[in-house]
Design a protein around this ligand. Structure first.
Ligand SMILES: Cc1ncc(COP(=O)(O)O)c(C=O)c1O
Length: 450
């Protein structure tokens, strides 16, 4: 990318450190400057249009340029641009959103607690779980289990939950209280001759073995995404959740469903919890909650979690936790309007209706010899690539394909060599075909160049 002096690209390189980038490479190549968005499309400052095949970061459910969200923000800005929810103060938008989320929850929930990002929601979940263990007189019950390849964020605690090496390496993570069990990715984790059903059972057995070796009385909670997202879109094998959940119940371990990507329609139900018949005690929500038009996230807790926390805060005199932006009125107002749009336009029904086309086209990518596996559910999926020439450098083929997709007008994201697809939920069937036509052409161009 050209970096003319004083161009936006050059100023970006001069002043901004990017997330998930190689800073030295960034100094040389600069970044793509996105200027505007409309529906499923975004446009860069040179006027080139792209299908945003990732909905930003798995998040812009209602598409770019939704005027109702802009108007909701303006209305709230004019009325009360900021207020907090500390001490004994509150405001209308946070109350309405808390009530709405508790009502929408697919399993009984008691309270909503607001944060500003998925990472903070998971971080807060860990703090409240520890607080609860102390409240229950079980100070030894502090260990938390998550899964290899799970993604739960980047704060010190949530990055520790995340089961990806680059989120730990050189950060001195994970924290010692956080343990990782087997990733549910059948193709890479199965043993020779192991069926998918046996693999699912073994995942549950691995979890139980870990609990027993650590001491069940020391394990407080298990965190998992219903479908893994940033770890490469890993759809659990059949029977996985049916085998895992009884293990948690057996040892009275809290289950935190990280619905940050799955929540609000992505898997073809309002929540991934419904798609897989989960019984979480806590749920973390963000991204499609506001379609990322405003930073906001929420943690839902059931009564089993809430009651001891309430007792402890009473004993101490205060729940010593909170963010200046918790339940921010503008973010809450935008989230409420966004949820209204999701319901009014029946985007969940829409996902159900077009998911078969999406999944058929995704599976069709496997006709290209670079693709060794496709996997997905609802409107989320990935195509895993491999080629012997690049096998020694994981991620190189993915990066090359990503660049080719960009050239052809599609924004995907390579997680190493898995190309992810997670478009805005408003995408039409014709646009799904347009997206996968570009992906097919991009893969062919990469294949021809090898
Ligand atoms: C499942 C899941 N949990 C948590 C997070 C962290 O959210 P944030 O980036 O808002 O901190 C993400 C972000 O991609 C996610 O996908």
């Amino acid at each position: 990318m050209a970096q003319l002096p004083n161009s936006l690209e050059a100023r970006d390189t001069a002043f901004q450190l990017h997330s998930y980038a190689d800073a030295r490479r960034q100094e040389e190549t600069g970044a793509l400057v996105i200027d505007k968005g409309d529906g499923i499309y975004v446009e860069d400052i040179n006027g080139k249009r792209y299908i945003e095949g990732m909905a930003g970061l798995w998040s812009v459910a209602v598409g770019f340029g939704e005027k109702r969200l802009v108007e909701a923000a303006v209305r709230q800005m004019e009325k009360l641009p900021y207020y907090h929810t500390f001490t004994y103060k509150t405001h209308g938008p946070s109350i309405e959103l808390a009530e709405k989320l508790v009502e929408m929850a697919p399993v009984p929930m008691s309270k909503a607690y607001f944060t500003n990002s998925g990472s903070e929601a998971n971080d807060t979940a860990i703090k409240l779980i520890w607080y609860r263990s102390n409240a229950l007189g079980q100070p030894e019950r502090k260990k938390i289990i998550s899964r290899m390849r799970g993604y739960h964020g980047v704060t010190i605690a949530s990055a520790s939950l995340t089961g990806l090496p680059n989120n730990h390496r050189s950060f001195d993570l994970p924290l010692p209280q956080i343990l990782h069990t087997t990733s549910p990715h059948y193709r890479t984790m199965k043993k020779d001759g192991e069926s998918e059903a046996d693999f699912a059972k073994r995942c549950a057995q691995d979890l139980e073995d870990l609990i027993l070796s650590e001491g069940p009385e020391t394990i407080a909670a298990f965190f998992a995404e219903p479908v893994m997202g940033a770890g490469g879109v890993v759809v659990p094998p059949d029977g996985y959740w049916e085998a895992v959940q009884p293990v948690l119940k057996k040892y009275d371990i809290l289950f935190v469903a990280d619905e940050v990507i799955c929540g609000f329609g992505r898997t073809g139900n309002m929540f991934g919890t419904q798609t897989y018949n989960l019984q979480p005690d806590m749920m973390t929500l963000s991204k499609a909650l506001s379609s990322s038009y405003q930073p906001i996230s929420a943690l839902l807790i059931n009564d089993k979690v809430y009651q001891p926390i309430a007792d402890e805060s009473h004993k101490i005199g205060v729940l010593g936790h909170g963010y200046t932006g918790s339940g921010h009125p503008v973010a809450a107002a935008v989230a409420l309007e966004n949820l209204k749009i999701i319901e009014e336009r029946d985007l969940v029904g829409h996902v159900k209706a077009i998911a078969p086309t999406f999944q058929k086209r995704l599976a069709g990518l496997a006709e290209n010899p670079l693709v060794i596996e496709t996997r997905g559910i609802g409107l989320i999926g990935a195509a895993e690539l491999t080629h012997e020439a690049l096998a020694a450098t994981p991620g190189a083929l993915g990066a090359k394909t990503n660049a080719m997709f960009h050239e052809k007008g599609l924004i995907s994201r390579n997680m190493l060599d898995a190309m992810a697809f997670c478009p805005p939920l408003i995408i039409t069937e014709a646009q799904v075909n347009e997206m996968f036509d570009i992906a097919e052409a991009g893969l062919k161009a990469v294949q021809d160049s090898m």
